[in-house]
Unconditional design. Structure first.
Length: 336
C-alpha cells in the first residue's frame, strides 16, 4: 500500500512538474528598440498589449535599423518586430524584404499612419533674420548663425547613426547648395534634444532634420524651412512605386557613390509608417502575427503618447499601461 501511495505521489509530482514547465514555456517576442520617442512609445504600448492579451514574454533589444531588418529576415526570433518603419526612408529595405518580388520575409500592419519631416530652426531665428527657405542656408552670413563650435561654418543634424536618412539629408544639403557652409554632425536623438534645449535657453541658432509626430513641437516654437514641392521619385529602383516620375525631384542612388550620384531638391513626401514583423511569427505565434497586422495607429495617437512621455509625470511603461487601460475599445479592435 505504501508503495502504491509513493507511486501515486511521484506521478502527481511529475504531472505537476510537467504542467509547471508547460506554463513557463511562453513564447518570447523580441521588439527591436529604436532611439526616437515615437518608436519608443509604440514599443511599450505593444509590449503591454502582447503580455496582457497573448500570454507571451516581450523583450526589447537595441539595434540599428539595418540589423533589425536582417534579424526579421532570418526569422530565428532574435528580433521579431520593427515597431516604426518610415517607409520613405527605408525604401531599399522595404523593397528587398516586404514588397512582392522581394524576399517577402517581413510583413507589415495593414494600415499605416503618416508622418512628415523636414529641416527645422527656432522661431526666434526666423523672425529676426528672415531665414524661411532651405536656399537661405546657402549664404555664409546665415550659416554663421548656426556655428556652435566657432570654426566658421554652421552645423546641422542630418539624423542619428544607422539611419538611411543621414545620407538623404546630406544629399539635400548638396542639392540646395548649403553643404559648402555647413557640416553634418551625426549624433543621437537624445543628444540633439539636449542641444536644442541649450540653444533655446541661450537663443542660439540650431538647424536640424526632424519629423512629426514628436513632442518637441509642443515644447518649442519650431519653424519648418520651405522646400520645393515633391514631384516624384526619379531613380530606377522606384519604378514600381506609385510616386515614380522619370522627371521627378527625388533621385536617391543607394551605391558607394551615393552623394555624387544622387540629387534631391524637394520636400519629403509624407511617409506611410508601418509596424513590421517577421513572417516566421505566423508559425511561431500566429495570433500575435494577426494582431500586429491589425494594429492601426494615427499621428495624433503617437503624438499623445510622446507628449505624455515628455511631461515627466509618467515613465514610458506607465504611460503605455495607462493608455491601454483607458482605451479598451481601441485595443479590442486590433485583436484577432
Amino acid at each position: 500500500m505504501m508503495k502504491k501511495i509513493l507511486s501515486t505521489v511521484s506521478l502527481s509530482a511529475l504531472i505537476g512538474l510537467s504542467a509547471s514547465q508547460g506554463a513557463m514555456a511562453k513564447e518570447t517576442i523580441v521588439i527591436g528598440e529604436l532611439n526616437w520617442d515615437g518608436a519608443i512609445a509604440i514599443e511599450h504600448v505593444l509590449k503591454v498589449i502582447l503580455e496582457d492579451k497573448f500570454n507571451v514574454d516581450v523583450e526589447f533589444i537595441t539595434a540599428d535599423q539595418a540589423a533589425i531588418w536582417s534579424a526579421l529576415d532570418a526569422g530565428k526570433g532574435s528580433i521579431d518586430v520593427f515597431p516604426d518603419i518610415w517607409t520613405n526612408l527605408q525604401g531599399s529595405a522595404w523593397k528587398k524584404f516586404v514588397l512582392k518580388g522581394g524576399k517577402e520575409s517581413v510583413k507589415a500592419n495593414e494600415t499605416p499612419y503618416f508622418g512628415s519631416e523636414g529641416f527645422y530652426i527656432p522661431g526666434y531665428i526666423q523672425d529676426e533674420y528672415g531665414v524661411n527657405s532651405v536656399y537661405d542656408l546657402a549664404k555664409p552670413e546665415i550659416a554663421k548663425l548656426f556655428d556652435a563650435d566657432g570654426d566658421g561654418v554652421g552645423e546641422y543634424w542630418p539624423g542619428a547613426s544607422g539611419w538611411e536618412l543621414v545620407k538623404i539629408n546630406q544629399i539635400k544639403a548638396k542639392s540646395y547648395g548649403f553643404d559648402k557652409y555647413f557640416t553634418p554632425v551625426v549624433i543621437s536623438d537624445a543628444i540633439l534634444k539636449a542641444q536644442l534645449k541649450k540653444a533655446y535657453r541661450k537663443k542660439e541658432g540650431i538647424l536640424f532634420y526632424y519629423w512629426k509626430p514628436e513632442w518637441i513641437h509642443n515644447a518649442y516654437d519650431l519653424r519648418k524651412l520651405e522646400e520645393p514641392e515633391f514631384t516624384g521619385y526619379s531613380n530606377e529602383s522606384k519604378k514600381e512605386h506609385k510616386d515614380y516620375n522619370p522627371n521627378g525631384c527625388y533621385n536617391y542612388v543607394d551605391t558607394d557613390n551615393w552623394l555624387a550620384g544622387s540629387e534631391i531638391n524637394c520636400a519629403f513626401p509624407d511617409s506611410p509608417v508601418h509596424i513590421g514583423y517577421s513572417v516566421s511569427l505566423e508559425q511561431r505565434a500566429p495570433e500575435v502575427a494577426k494582431f500586429l497586422s491589425k494594429v492601426t495607429l494615427s499621428d495624433s495617437m503617437v503624438s499623445e503618447w510622446v507628449f505624455s512621455m515628455s511631461s515627466g509625470d509618467l515613465e514610458v511603461s506607465e504611460m503605455a499601461e495607462e493608455w491601454v487601460e483607458k482605451n479598451p475599445e481601441v485595443v479590442q479592435s486590433w485583436l484577432p
